[in-house]
Design a protein around this ligand. Structure first.
Ligand code: DLL
Length: 439
């Protein structure tokens, strides 16, 4: 059977909403926003109570800007109504459930009607198409299957686009490599740090990641920098694009990036209305281009309508490019709850990643360890030197890293340069920060 017979010319049409103008999208948003507010108020006691207490009513929304008078929804609200308290439909209409474990506290449970699943697959497929994945391609899906939305969400997206899906899930890295070599997928879907793990393991086994059949990687579920994109693209000889999403809002596919421009992810604004608010004073809604916290309102969701959900993800909104009606988001620079405050200076792991990858002797494998030996907090950056780099060269690079952090971030920290293969490898979402201050 020829691998490429006819598959290169399969139809790949855009959804009509993808090509709509900004005015058309905003007109749809206004209609759907009014419907969603009414729907949530009528079907979810949480929203009715919250809006009655705040003295607002769905009928107060006359234009899109009026959304700001409605209270926010927080992860904690979902936790408090665990497991199904915020669902707007009876259980028999819920076709699927996912949950996000989070690092602390109870899981948040999310549900989807059949229509929600259909919309989700459609938006996921839009993302993959935008990144350059084509119908007829083989797609290796290494996002974790299960309660996490990554695996099944990306799977449905790839199926909807008309690809052949290889549902590998996360972990079993050696097996992943065998499958990549034997099945010859065209695209891979996984977290950026897991792609790094796979590439690393291939090199260790004497295989060249640039010689695989892979052409495109669609990576998300954790923050990553342009430097990391470059690292992965060089390692595999591929295009690496971003995909963004979160369970409370939907899952992977809320926004996706163009493989041609690689200029940030387009948010599917016919289904979600994004806002940026001041991360420290959320009463301030910021304008396009301004940095702050991303907030989402769903416009079509049935099982779990979500209004003004605070993501805690920090970014900015930019005008649409290849999909002009849909705004883009800049890279997520971090999560407000992942911010390290070190002696008064705010610091995110992505800033450190950026600086490490400027130094060719250092690898992208690093951890941040916070301790409090006396009364002052201390940060240690543990980073592996690259294979083939001498300890002397690596120590010198460590010194330079310390200086760069001091200059660009404004705080001093200890740098520990480690041998290759000493830090734990990512199997999905990677934990970067180890806070030992209370230990
Ligand atoms: O991580 C959904 C997903 C799966 C997205 C696969 C993309 C690919 P949660 O487990 O609920 O859902 O985690 C959501 O992950 O609020 C961000 O902090 C982070 N995140 C997701 N995508 C990106 C991205 C999935 N592209 C949380 N860049 C979000 C940066 C991301 N951070």
């Amino acid at each position: 059977m020829s691998q490429t017979t006819d598959r290169d010319n399969l139809p790949n049409p855009l959804d009509p909403e993808e090509t709509m103008s900004r005015d058309q999208i905003e007109s749809i948003q206004l209609t759907r926003l009014k419907e969603t507010l009414d729907y949530a108020y009528t079907n979810v006691p949480y929203y009715k109570d919250k809006y009655d207490t705040a003295g607002v009513h769905p009928s107060d929304l006359k234009e899109l800007a009026d959304l700001k008078i409605f209270p926010f929804t927080e992860k904690e609200d979902l936790r408090k109504s665990y497991p199904f308290g915020m669902f707007a439909v009876p259980q028999h209409q819920v076709a699927r459930i996912h949950a996000s474990s989070g690092t602390t506290g109870r899981a948040t449970v999310v549900g989807y009607t059949q229509q929600d699943l259909d919309d989700w697959a459609k938006m996921g497929a839009r993302c993959l198409r935008l990144s350059g994945v084509k119908p007829g391609w083989k797609v290796h899906n290494a996002y974790g299957y299960g309660l996490f939305t990554g695996g099944m969400g990306a799977h449905a997206a790839a199926e909807r686009l008309g690809t052949t899906v290889i549902p590998m899930s996360g972990g079993q890295t050696d097996k992943q490599i065998t499958m990549i070599q034997d099945f010859e997928p065209d695209a891979i879907l996984c977290t950026p740090t897991y792609l790094l793990t796979i590439g690393d393991a291939m090199q260790r086994a004497g295989l060249d990641p640039r010689k695989t059949s892979l052409k495109v990687a669609v990576c998300g579920a954790e923050p990553w920098t342009e430097e990391m994109r470059h690292e992965l693209e060089e390692m595999f000889g591929i295009d690496a694009c971003d995909i963004y999403g979160l369970s409370e809002v939907m899952g992977p596919g809320v926004a996706g990036e163009s493989g041609e421009l690689k200029d940030g992810s387009h948010i599917w604004e016919d289904h979600f209305r994004p806002e940026i608010v001041d991360a420290y004073d959320s009463t301030k809604v910021l304008g396009d281009g301004e940095h702050g916290e991303l907030v989402f309102t769903s416009l079509t969701k049935q099982a779990l309508p979500i209004i003004r959900y605070r993501t805690h993800d920090l970014t900015r909104l930019l005008p649409g490019s290849v999909r002009p009606g849909h705004r883009r988001m800049g890279r997520i620079t971090g999560r407000s709850d992942d911010m390290i405050i070190l002696r008064g200076v705010n610091l995110f792991p992505s800033q450190i990643e950026e600086l490490i990858l400027k130094l060719p002797a250092l690898s992208p494998h690093f951890q941040l360890v916070l301790t409090r030996p006396g009364r002052m907090d201390q940060l240690a950056v543990k980073v592996e030197r690259r294979a083939g780099i001498s300890t002397e060269e690596a120590t010198k690079a460590g010194g330079e890293l310390g200086k760069l952090i001091k200059i660009h971030v404004g705080s001093s920290c200890a740098i520990e340069v480690l041998d290759p293969e000493t830090l734990e490898r990512s199997m999905g979402k990677l934990k970067r920060i180890f806070d030992m201050r209370d230990k």
